[in-house]
Design a protein around this ligand. Structure first.
Ligand code: FES
Ligand code: FES
Length: 180
């Protein structure tokens, strides 16, 4: 670029507010929050709200450990700016069991021994919940395909698929099982 001697350098700066107000309904509870605009949903849940059931694995959208539901749709919370979900309804693994009863998916994961270390399990269950609501998967291969964004380094995949298939077959996606 050619400039003449009369040109003066201009520096444009944009001031980001340090805090911004957001309203989120988290597991059925309306929360009015003041957050840093660059806070991702995963960190908001874990660090600010102490909802540590949602896990941080890769922090890059590759493993699915951080899966939560936003307005019923599964998202990787590590890639989601919380401020962009202002007004949304968030469901985490802590929001599934109620009144001493496990969600049917939680019960099925226990019944089918669908975890070893358990680190991926909250993300697997939240993703499976959305999968059932999406209504696209019926066969084992379809379940594997639509759950492929959730990595299990313990290799519990066959048992995870069995647990999901059982809930699908019994039409129990939205019901809860009594805790033992
Ligand atoms: S921690 Fe979000 S996808 Fe791995
Ligand atoms: S149970 Fe260990 S990562 Fe899935």
């Amino acid at each position: 670029m050619i400039t003449n001697q009369n040109d003066t350098a201009r520096t444009v700066t944009t001031e980001l507010p340090d805090r911004a107000a957001v309203s989120l309904t988290i597991n059925g509870e309306v929360r009015q929050l003041e957050i840093r605009p660059w806070t991702v949903l995963l960190d908001l849940l874990r660090e600010d709200l102490d909802l540590t059931g949602t896990k941080k694995g890769c922090d890059h959208g590759q493993c699915g450990a951080c899966t939560v539901l936003v307005n019923g749709k599964r998202v990787n919370s590590c890639l989601t700016l919380a401020i962009m979900k202002d007004g949304s309804s968030i469901t985490t693994i802590e929001g599934l069991a109620a009144d001493g009863s496990l969600h049917s998916l939680q019960a099925a994961f226990i019944e089918h021994d669908a975890f070893q270390c358990g680190y991926c399990t909250p993300g697997q269950i939240m993703s499976a919940l959305a999968l059932i609501e999406e209504g696209r998967a019926r066969t084992r291969d379809e379940i594997r395909e639509y759950m492929s964004g959730n990595i299990c380094r313990c290799g519990a995949y066959p048992n995870i698929v069995e647990a999901i298939q059982q809930v699908l077959a019994e039409g129990r996606g939205v019901h809860r099982e009594a805790a033992e």
